[in-house]
Design a protein around this ligand. Structure first.
Ligand code: DC
Length: 206
């Protein structure tokens, strides 16, 4: 049996943490689709043509250790605006979503474009200031020197590009449950997500 949970939202809203916790709770597989775009972005920064990089993406590319830097995040957001890059990554994501045993996919267009038929859809969001603050702390903890104003500007720039692109722009699916994590603890956000998925499972069986 397959059951797809689509979790979309802007950068640093808590999607990753929530997705991992939801996948662990239900015993589902998890795919962080941002990693696919980050891997293409990183290969592009290293000189590859983005569409070729997307078409030839390998498992090893997803394991590169510098995929979490701000430079790679911006490069990912830029290559993600190219329609042919997105098209090259569709089949892999859809196959993952339909694997037996259930799957959680997190990204920007999972509920709208990749899996519009997903059984449960969440849109995880938070204010730009809260998201930038979280990202700022994360980067500082990793020893990356930066300041809050730069991280906030970076967050807004990525939001604008991800929401403004023509191909699969970031937006909530009409039937997504929205979770604003601005004033929630991690435990509260995870509980809200699990409750929304439980509800979707109940609706499916009744
Ligand atoms: O989720 P993330 O921050 O790792 O994503 C990095 C970039 O990849 C993001 O700014 C836009 C792009 N992306 C996308 O366009 N579609 C997805 N499903 C996931 C990420």
């Amino acid at each position: 049996m397959s059951f797809t949970i689509a979790i979309d939202g802007p950068a640093a809203a808590g999607k990753g943490t929530i997705s991992r916790a939801v996948a662990a709770h239900f015993g589902f597989a998890h795919l962080d689709t941002g990693l696919l775009y980050r891997a293409v972005g990183a290969r592009h920064l290293a000189g590859a043509e983005p569409v070729a990089a997307a078409t030839q993406l390998t498992a090893a590319d997803l394991e590169a250790d510098d995929l979490r830097t701000p430079e790679v995040a911006q490069a990912a957001s830029r290559v993600a605006a190219i329609g042919a890059v997105r098209a090259a990554l569709v089949d892999f994501q859809r196959a993952f979503a339909r694997r037996a045993g259930g799957a959680v996919l997190d990204g920007r267009d999972i509920g709208t474009v990749i899996c519009p038929e997903a059984e449960a859809k969440l849109f995880v969001t938070a204010s730009p200031e809260v998201r930038a603050e979280r990202r700022y702390r994360e980067l500082r903890e990793k020893g990356i020197e930066t300041d809050f104003a730069t991280v906030l500007a970076d967050t807004r720039e990525r939001d604008a590009r991800d929401m403004g692109r023509t191909d699969a722009p970031l937006r909530p699916a009409d039937d997504a449950v929205e979770i604003d994590t601005s004033h929630l603890s991690i435990d509260e956000a995870v509980a809200a997500a699990i409750a929304a998925v439980d509800q979707a499972m109940k609706e499916r069986t009744t």
